[in-house]
Design a protein. Structure first.
Length: 539
């Protein structure tokens, strides 16, 4: 296994993310420090102040983690958080079936490696924490799993787990799960690791099991030995503990809205797009069926969409205090709730998360809090040996494979053949244009009414040339069929679904092919790496 770096600038990542990685000064006002500056990290550590109750946080998280069968190392990490000098290195993700795409793994590995690195460097306790986004309700994201096939990228969808708006933490694997699981196993090649993998997965994922419990137990099975701690807000005791920011989001909603609006306008003025649309309300209501519904506000009157419930601002604040478990934070309020519970020195996120955190620095200050350092997660593409081997036979660099397949085919054919087909036909058409002008003039001298017919004859002729060019390309493609098939296979692995591999390919795909301990091998290779570039990992 080897690891090399590719600049983010050469790959299809958002401009804000690229500028953040390169620490473009025009973004500095939107963040609380640079994740790549030792002096700014040290300053953040020295000035960090957690106003929460550590003892209560540890108590709540110990109870929360019990549902996931935590190993001794997780409990040891939780005990470390009692230390007034300790810090949480936090990341998180939606609860996707079987753990989701491989970027979930990269998030966890970044948190673990950064905790280990900073603990040695600063001689203070750092604890990796994974925040289960167990109140989200993006069913489309959680319900499918993808992996490379022989000829194309494959996706298997479980179908309906619920009505569509339930919080992910409450979704249970229903009767359709057994068929989904069977289809998934049949789609994977059988290896020496398959039996152990499915045995382990079946211990966590089975009909009737909650998605949150299965996801959390899988993460601790893989990374609990590294001291990973799980956290989340879809828990009544934890929600009772973080009631203040929920109430404040209502009482001070105008100031919060103005703050988010102002920061977002500042980003737009500097040429960036807002990752998340700013709204006056940052709350959802969770009804008796666990449906998550948006709460809207107008002139101090709050109402649940399609529900009929209404409150004044004062009434809603009291309702939150009375039953906080019925209220859920949106994408802006969730980090504040998270950092009310945890002594978060840094949050580890992908490009999208970094983009919405860029809108939040002043939002945090409205809660008398400082935004944590925002650290990029590891980003990587795995080049399996079979793909790497045939890639060497083609004239393209890694970034080229993010171009359209039609453009890659055309460039390959042009590069491969001694005859430049485009140039040949361009010359042919140019000469045709010149000759038509001469002949058209002479025809016009004979009979002016026939000059237009000469132009039509030229158009028919050019159309026939285009048909001929197409036939030539098809002939070349047939001659180069094997290489073009290789080209498709490489792109299918590097750029599946026209997306980054890390966002599409399920991490269990690699476990099935390379073993249950593959992520420990990745962890060893990431020890000496920093996530300032995209990594090419050759297996």
């Amino acid at each position: 296994m080897s690891c090399t770096s590719v600049p983010f600038q050469s790959l299809p990542f958002p401009e804000l993310f690229k500028d953040y990685i390169s620490q473009n000064p025009k973004l500095s006002e939107f963040f609380s420090g640079s994740p790549f500056s030792d002096s700014e990290i040290e300053k953040k550590i020295e000035t960090f102040c957690f106003t929460g109750n550590r003892k209560k946080t540890v108590e709540l998280l110990k109870d929360f983690n019990q549902q996931f069968n935590p190993p001794a190392e997780t409990i040891q990490s939780l005990n470390k958080l009692s230390d007034e000098k300790s810090f949480a290195v936090v990341t998180g993700q939606q609860l996707i079936l079987y753990g989701g795409p491989v970027f979930t793994i990269y998030k966890v590995l970044t948190a673990i490696e950064l905790s280990n690195k900073w603990q040695k460097k600063y001689n203070k306790p750092f604890v990796p924490v994974f925040w289960l986004a167990d109140e989200d309700h993006d069913f489309e994201e959680v319900s499918k799993i993808g992996f490379p096939g022989t000829d194309e990228f494959n996706e298997i969808n479980i179908g309906a787990l619920g009505e569509g708006n339930e919080t992910a933490g409450e979704l249970s694997l229903n009767g359709s799960f057994s068929e989904f699981r069977k289809s998934l196993e049949e789609s994977q090649i059988e290896t020496e690791f398959s039996r152990d993998l499915w045995k382990a997965l079946d211990d966590f994922y089975s009909s009737g099991e909650k998605l949150r419990t299965a996801f959390g137990r899988l993460l601790l099975f893989l990374f609990g030995k590294h001291g990973l701690v799980l956290a989340g807000s879809n828990d009544q005791a934890i929600k009772n503990h973080v009631v203040q920011p929920l109430q404040k989001s209502v009482v001070n909603y105008k100031e919060l809205y103005k703050s988010l609006q102002g920061t977002t306008r500042g980003l737009v003025k500097k040429g960036y797009q807002a990752q998340v649309q700013v709204q006056e309300s940052n709350l959802f209501w969770i009804d008796e069926y666990r449906q998550r519904k948006k709460i809207n506000v107008k002139d101090n009157r709050w109402a649940v969409e399609k529900d009929g419930r209404e409150w004044s601002t004062e009434q809603l604040s009291k309702e939150i205090e009375k039953q906080p478990h019925r209220f859920s934070p949106n994408v802006f309020l969730r980090p504040v709730v998270q950092d009310t519970l945890l002594p978060s020195i840094t949050y580890i996120g992908g490009p999208g998360e970094i983009a919405y955190y860029s809108q939040m620095k002043n939002f945090y200050r409205n809660f008398d809090m400082e935004m944590p350092l925002i650290f990029p997660r590891f980003s990587a593409t795995v080049l399996e040996s079979g793909i790497d081997r045939i890639k060497e036979k083609l004239p393209f660099s890694f970034p080229d494979y993010f171009d359209r397949i039609e453009d890659l085919e055309s460039r390959y054919i042009q590069n491969k053949n001694s005859v430049d087909v485009e140039q040949l036909f361009a010359q042919w058409k140019n000469r045709t244009d010149e000759l038509t002008k001469e002949i058209k003039t002479k025809i016009g001298e004979i009979d002016p009414t026939l000059a237009g017919s000469a132009g039509k004859a030229k158009a028919v002729y050019l159309a026939e040339l285009d048909k001929l060019k197409g036939k030539i390309y098809r002939s070349i493609k047939q001659q180069e069929k094997i290489q073009l098939e290789r080209l498709h296979k490489i792109k299918n692995n590097i750029n599946p679904n026209k997306n980054l591999q890390e966002r599409e390919v399920a991490f269990i795909y690699f476990m099935n092919k390379y073993g249950m301990d593959i992520w420990d091998i990745f962890a060893n290779h990431f020890e000496d790496e920093i996530p300032d570039s995209h990594k090419l990992i050759r297996l």
